[in-house]
Design a protein around this ligand. Structure first.
Ligand code: GLY
Length: 382
């Protein structure tokens, strides 16, 4: 157990609920790749749907998380049915390599919790090949002049050649993995350059972070920042804070560079200082009081990062990070019934989205990862 003595019973109860729900849900959604729920039912990003664009059907950036949930369950229970269902979604993602155009830097989010997870747990050589393919796509997005990985492809009416986003800190572990796996340092060199740029261009003096930074794609250097999925430019989108917090820990775990740990801690201290009294995480720490928009996914991701920090700091610091993680996790609204194919309620994709407070698959994924971490699991796809 990596938790506070007073919360051991709670951790065990939640793990039992996760196992019961996933036992049922893995069979019900066996052939889907879900993103959210509609009237309690998982949607499916793997089927042709005229409302999906090139980027949000099978190429949708969240399509690795369902597989990741199943690999977490396989590791925790040893039940082969989770491996079987995980492999269904991993195989479906092969279509993305053929489509190519809808893919961008989020290949890390897509193939770390699927193919890298599969390879780490089963040494499946086909999974290794898929993950190497994705790593090469990610490395190919590196801009030498600006020393950054380009985020998205061009958006409607926007030239995004110079855009980097904080979320990429969770994509670059695919590059660390590729170097560790092949012995070829190129991938890691790119990851380190991107992490260094992010540390300098995204993290503000108070420990908060920008979501989007535009760099000059021809000569480098910061051009401007954007509010992105947060409230406004200069605000503090909570999921972006979480990507930074956990992402810098990932870079620290792969490189042991002290400045990454210190950056993760700075962001963590800012995050902890801004957690409201009731523990409920807003969509943006600088949003207006009303409407009181929440984002459960930001809380689950931050909790994972806080637990990772707790693992590497001394005893006198450890409890502070664990306490904050547990406060965030205990404030979440969870659904253990068969009335909804989700676990977490109240996820919000962005502040200005038309829909808020919905279930989102990465919220469920990081909640499961956080709870297994507290239980003592050392499984690490990142
Ligand atoms: N990576 C996009 C998001 O966090 O919504």
């Amino acid at each position: 157990m990596l938790t506070l003595d007073s919360t051991t019973v709670w951790v065990n109860e939640i793990i039992d609920q996760i196992i019961a729900k996933m036992d049922w849900l893995s069979e019900k959604s066996r052939n889907k790749i879900p993103y959210t729920t509609i009237d309690g039912e998982h949607d499916d990003r793997s089927v042709c749907n005229p409302t999906h664009t090139e980027a949000d059907g099978i190429n949708w950036w969240t399509n690795g998380f369902w597989g990741g949930m199943l690999w977490q369950m396989y590791h925790a229970t040893g039940n082969p049915k989770y491996k079987d269902v995980a492999e269904i979604s991993e195989q479906k993602l092969d279509a993305c390599f053929h489509n190519y155009y809808g893919l961008h830097h989020d290949v890390g989010f897509m193939w770390l919790p699927t193919s890298v997870a599969n390879f780490k747990l089963t040494q499946n050589p086909v999974s290794r090949k898929r993950a190497m393919h994705a790593a090469n796509l990610l490395a190919g997005r590196y801009n030498l002049a600006g020393e950054f990985i380009r985020a998205w492809n061009d958006l409607e009416g926007e030239d995004t050649r110079g855009w980097a986003i904080i979320d990429c800190m969770l994509n670059i572990p695919l590059l660390y993995w590729a170097s560790e796996e092949t012995g070829d340092p190129r991938f890691r060199q790119i990851a380190v350059k991107h992490a260094d740029m992010t540390m300098n261009a995204f993290v503000r003096a108070d420990g908060s972070v920008n979501h989007i930074v535009e760099l000059d794609p021809f000569v480098g250097g910061v051009v401007k920042s954007y509010g992105g999925q947060g409230y406004e430019e200069g605000s503090s989108w909570t999921r972006g804070q979480s990507w930074a917090l956990y992402g810098f820990m990932m870079s620290y775990n792969h490189t042991q560079k002290e400045e990454y740990l210190n950056t993760a801690k700075r962001v963590a201290h800012y995050f902890i200082a801004n957690i409201p009294e009731n523990g409920v995480t807003p969509v943006d720490f600088r949003q207006p009081k009303e409407p009181a928009l929440e984002d459960s996914t930001a809380a689950a991701i931050a909790a994972c990062g806080l637990i990772e920090i707790a693992k590497v700091v001394g005893l006198h610091e450890k409890d502070m990070y664990l306490r904050a993680a547990i406060k965030l996790l205990q404030a979440l609204h969870v659904d253990w019934t068969t009335g909804c194919d989700c676990i977490l309620k109240n996820g919000s994709a962005s502040y200005h989205a038309t829909t808020h407070h919905q279930s989102i698959i990465y919220g469920d994924y990081f909640f499961i990862e956080a709870m297994f971490k507290l239980k003592g699991s050392d499984l690490y796809f990142w």
